[in-house]
Design a protein around this ligand. Structure first.
Ligand code: GLP
Length: 256
């Protein structure tokens, strides 16, 4: 795991955007795994400003709320169109987001998995992290081998996401999410986490034991993970000085 600690979320987001820009320019027909959440908003703004060519890219989003139509303002469909897709030249046919209104949820999830495989797999998977340690919507105790499926949100996530729905009771309880096994199959995982609220989840994910109690800790099993943090999110990392030193000593050819 490469841990990149920057003084501010803006600085970390800028480097993450450069990493993605480089990947897209190197392989214009890349398959991107995309994430939602407030952490991603600034990253998508940077990507839009970079005026990259999205015409050959294929995208797969991590998750969606069950029961919300794509037009619902808090659906992840709306999030993606508002924050990214309507501002770039992505081909609509290449955009994939789980269907929150699917009649047959297991079949929809199987199809999503099949479609990811048929494209050749995800090249770069963007990830945020929940305060519970969730990636996508894989809540604590999710199987580390899980595939795309329906999940029930924990009380902590319902409370964290209440701000988007006016109240905790307004947050849908069920979601469709790529599994941890699905995420681990992508070629490169890029996780962004900012703010003191994420510090404990990050410390457990990066330095704790691999455990279903912190789903992001499964990323320790992945050969290529880049984690972008601000100082606040890095605060509880025991080896943060080492990560900083490693980043500063990077040879020029590895720099972003
Ligand atoms: C949601 C999403 C996650 C995201 C998390 C963190 O629950 N399903 O993919 O990582 O929120 O969101 P934020 O960036 O707003 O803290």
């Amino acid at each position: 795991m490469e841990i990149i600690i920057q003084p501010t979320p803006e600085a970390a987001t800028g480097i993450a955007a450069r990493l993605l820009g480089k990947a897209i320019r190197a392989k214009p027909a890349s398959v991107l795994g995309l994430a939602t959440g407030s952490t991603m908003e600034a990253l998508y703004r940077e990507l839009v400003a970079m005026k990259l060519d999205w015409s050959k890219l294929t995208t797969f989003n991590l998750d969606e709320y069950v029961g919300l139509s794509p037009q619902h303002p808090q659906s992840y469909h709306s999030f993606m169109w508002d924050n990214l897709f309507r501002h770039v030249n992505v081909a609509i046919k290449n955009v994939n987001i789980p269907d929150g209104l699917a009649k047959d949820v297991p079949a929809t999830c199987d199809n999503y998995e099949r479609k990811i495989s048929a494209t050749g797999g995800i090249d770069v998977q963007l990830l945020g992290i929940g305060t519970s340690g969730h990636i996508g919507f894989n809540e604590p105790t999710s199987s580390l081998a899980s595939r795309t499926r329906i999940k029930t949100l924990t009380p902590q996530t319902l409370s964290d996401n209440a701000r988007f729905f006016g109240s905790e009771s307004g947050v849908p309880h069920h979601v469709i999410t790529m599994g941890i096994g699905t995420i681990l199959e992508s070629r490169h995982c890029v996780l962004l986490a900012f703010g003191a609220k994420k510090a404990r989840a990050i410390a457990e994910a990066v330095e704790g034991p691999i455990t279903a109690m912190n789903p992001a800790s499964a990323l320790q099993l992945h050969p290529k993970v880049t984690v972008f943090l601000d100082e606040a999110a890095a605060a509880e990392l025991k080896m943060k000085e080492y990560y900083r030193w490693v980043y500063e000593q990077k040879p020029a050819w590895q720099k972003l």
